[in-house]
Design a protein around this ligand. Structure first.
Ligand code: NAD
Length: 264
């Protein structure tokens, strides 16, 4: 499929995991991708090489911490210096850190909110300013989580950030719908990526995770990237303010697979 031919797409945190898979999928569908990363450039270089193999677009890599206002402004200045316009922003970067809620360091809480929620705000604000100035609309997609709606004990900051991201998605969608700007989110369940290093390479731990998923398996990052490609494309031209859950049934209250509440 080539639903994204010629589209210019900025993806945050695209040096690994779902962000990398999105870059590859979008390049395959004809897009030019700007690959944001924060730490060492190795993962971003790898993503760019894979995107170049997948499609013939002009791909960029840019270092920036999405939580830093100055670095986000600089990132947009760079991207819009290289490209005449931006069509799609994907707020993908995210972090988590487990801790009993009563023991969370305030600095950890602040940092997780800064990357997972302030980052999407800062990047969306830059993208919307550009979309309004250009007057041709645009697309913003947020990588949320099932924990946008499902509470996650010991991951309070993460759950709160994704809950906030749901409201950011809906509020921006409503505010800018009349300008042709669509804002949506994808809500993955458990995906095999580095954020889940605690279980992805441990068969016993992975089997335990997968025992809780109605579809009995974690997702590959490519299965999430394809949802982003749909929402970015004109096939989703009348969808805004929504979260599309790609979670193998995790949002379906899996405990009710058996009718325990009726005594069966
Ligand atoms: P990942 O750790 O591979 O990807 C996260 C990326 O964000 C990394 O490339 C990291 O370098 C980048 N990043 C972190 N802080 C950053 C910052 N300040 N500025 C710029 N980039 C930064 O894990 P992933 O699973 O691919 O996560 C991507 C997104 O998917 C996250 O928002 C995560 O919450 C979401 N998600 C993942 C899962 C899952 O099971 N893997 C499930 C639901 C949602």
């Amino acid at each position: 499929m080539s639903r994204l031919t010629g589209k210019n797409v900025l993806i945050t945190g695209a040096s690994s995991g779902i962000g990398q898979a999105i870059a590859i999928r979008f390049a395959r569908e004809g897009a030019n991708v700007a690959i944001n990363y924060r730490g060492p450039s190795g993962g971003a270089e790898e993503t760019r090489a894979m995107a170049e193999e997948a499609g013939s677009g002009k791909h960029l890599i840019i270092q920036a911490d999405v939580a830093d206002e100055g670095q986000v402004s600089e990132m947009f200045r760079y991207v819009l210096g290289e490209w005449p316009q931006l069509d799609v922003l994907i707020n993908n970067a995210g972090i988590q850190k487990p801790s009993p809620s009563h023991e969370i360091e305030a600095s950890d809480f602040d940092r997780i909110l800064a990357v997972n929620l302030r980052g999407p705000f800062l990047c969306s604000r830059e993208a919307i300013r550009h979309f309004l100035a250009r007057g041709e609309g645009g697309v913003i997609l947020n990588n949320s989580s099932v924990h946008e709606v499902i509470p996650k004990p010991k991951y309070l900051s993460y759950s709160v950030s994704k809950g906030g991201l749901e409201n950011l998605t809906k509020s921006l969608a409503l505010e800018y719908a009349g300008h042709g700007i669509r804002v949506n989110a994808v809500g993955p369940g458990a995906v095999v990526t580095p954020i889940n290093s605690a279980w992805i390479n441990n068969p016993k731990a992975k089997a335990e995770v997968e025992s809780h998923i109605p579809m009995s398996r974690a997702a590959a990052a490519a299965e999430i990237a394809s949802v982003f490609a749909f929402l970015a494309s004109d096939e989703a031209s009348y969808i805004t303010g929504q979260t599309l859950f790609a979670c193998g049934g995790l949002t379906l209250y899996p405990e009710f697979r058996v009718a325990w509440s009726s005594g069966e």
